[in-house]
Design a binder for this molecule. Structure first.
Ligand code: ADP
Length: 412
């Protein structure tokens, strides 16, 4: 028996198959170009790669393609779809309704539909994935795992903005935070790596990929996070601006006669590192160009790292100190340069990096402590594993164990 996880975006479906008995992922894959006639699927099973090409005009066709792939070959992860015990869906926005994962019912689907106003790009494809899985795997229980749930523990002072309170009441304008599944995973793993109870730790977790967010995790609970009402706020990202003076878009919209949709695109797709360099959002390109002396790329790295550093300092203040900084996701797991620069000025907090260990930590699956031996604050690199949280939440809910006293993840 296994759990299928699905992460449905507007034009892609990422998936994995987890077998709890072996505590192993049997396959991980993605269908790309969903909505087109030339969609394709790529799947990794151990060392083996599988590729299928087929039209996938919608999410039902994409999930059908996933099920077909899972049934193929000697080592088929699910030759018979009945081997799939449950389906866990990554759902982006759970609003204030969901502080933890939940069994998908008709009512939950209606709530997700209502929440689509808050996440117009994300919740509709998530819903399409849920409907597709319901149609193709009838009777198989399904669970939603929300990106926002982990941050629901934030205190009111952290999630409210200094705006007319009526906006919160009327429109739900508040900080929700995202990447919660990843922040949850790496904070729990950090406690294991440090060999200390999570309950006594003050952690700053940094999920730095194309999108990037920081969380202040105090005693295992998120007490602040950098993404806000939408994933646009906070750190400098690949193509998103992060925090800016809110008057700027108003000013530029007026000067350049831009519509709301045009400004939205500028802030989400044309800003951040891409906006600064005019060329790149991939950190590898930026680092390579900076090493060749490109001033724009050097400056972009400086802005990105300054935002990281300021956020770590702010969260240390929020938590009354700091025990460890945790780096994860594409950049956090791979870029020695960005880690070193982000921590450069934080000696006063007791952060000291071991530059050799930092250089060595790239691209592996290992969890590493890269702080210098005497550093008061530990610095960890922990590869994230959101699929594992999704799979274990799903199983826990289906088996009635989730949220009960004593429920623990296998990775804790
Ligand atoms: P997403 O947010 O799309 O899930 P990822 O977590 O996969 O993103 O991270 C993507 C980012 O990771 C890209 O900007 C890429 O440049 C960066 N990255 C991957 N490998 C390296 C590396 N070796 N050095 C620097 N950056 C890297």
């Amino acid at each position: 028996m296994s759990v299928l996880t699905l992460n449905c975006g507007s034009s892609s479906v990422k998936y994995s198959v987890y077998e709890p008995a072996r505590r192993a992922f049997l396959a991980r894959g993605v269908v790309e170009r969903v909505g087109s006639a030339d969609a394709f699927l790529k799947e990794k099973r151990g060392e083996r790669e599988l590729r299928l090409e087929e039209a996938a005009p919608d999410h039902v066709a994409a999930v059908r393609l996933v099920l077909r792939a899972l049934g193929e070959g000697e080592d088929a992860p699910a030759r018979d779809p009945r081997a799939i015990r449950a389906v866990g869906h990554r759902a982006v926005h759970g609003g204030e309704r969901f502080a933890q994962s939940a069994l998908i019912t008709d009512e939950l689907v209606r709530t997700l539909e209502e929440l689509s106003v808050l996440a117009p790009l994300h919740n509709p494809p998530n819903l399409a994935g849920i409907r597709a899985a319901q149609a193709l795997l009838p009777g198989v229980p399904q669970v939603a795992v929300f990106d926002t749930a982990f941050h629901q523990s934030m205190p009111r002072a952290a999630y409210l903005y200094a705006l007319p309170l009526a906006w919160y009441e009327r429109h739900g304008i508040r900080r929700y935070g995202f990447h919660g599944t990843s922040h949850l995973y790496v904070s729990r793993r950090a406690a294991v790596v440090l060999g200390r109870p999570l309950a006594e730790l003050r952690l700053v977790t940094l999920h730095i990929g194309n999108g990037a967010s920081a969380a202040a995790v105090l005693g295992g609970r998120s007490v602040d996070t950098s993404m806000g009402f939408t994933p646009l706020e906070g750190l400098v990202m690949g193509t998103r601006s992060g925090s800016i003076d809110p008057a700027i878009p108003l000013y530029v919209m007026e000067r350049e006669q831009l519509s709301v949709a045009q400004m939205d695109k500028q802030l989400n797709k044309q800003s951040g590192l891409l906006g600064l360099t005019g060329r790149f959002n991939d950190r590898r390109d930026i680092e390579a160009a900076a090493a060749q002396g490109d001033e724009g790329c050097r400056l972009a790295i400086e802005l990105e790292c300054r935002a990281l550093s300021k956020t770590i300092g702010a969260y240390a203040a929020v938590m009354g100190g700091l025990d460890a900084v945790v780096f994860t996701a594409g950049v956090g797991e791979n870029s020695a340069l960005i880690r070193a620069r982000a921590l450069q000025g934080l000696g006063f907090l007791g952060v000291r990096l071991d530059e050799e260990k930092n250089q060595a930590a790239r691209g592996g699956k290992a969890e590493l402590d890269i702080a210098a031996p005497g550093s008061r604050v530990r610095v960890l690199v922990i590869p994230t594993n959101e699929e594992l949280v999704i799979a274990e939440d799903t199983l826990g809910i289906v088996e009635g164990r989730f949220g009960q006293p004593g429920f623990r993840y296998s990775f804790e």
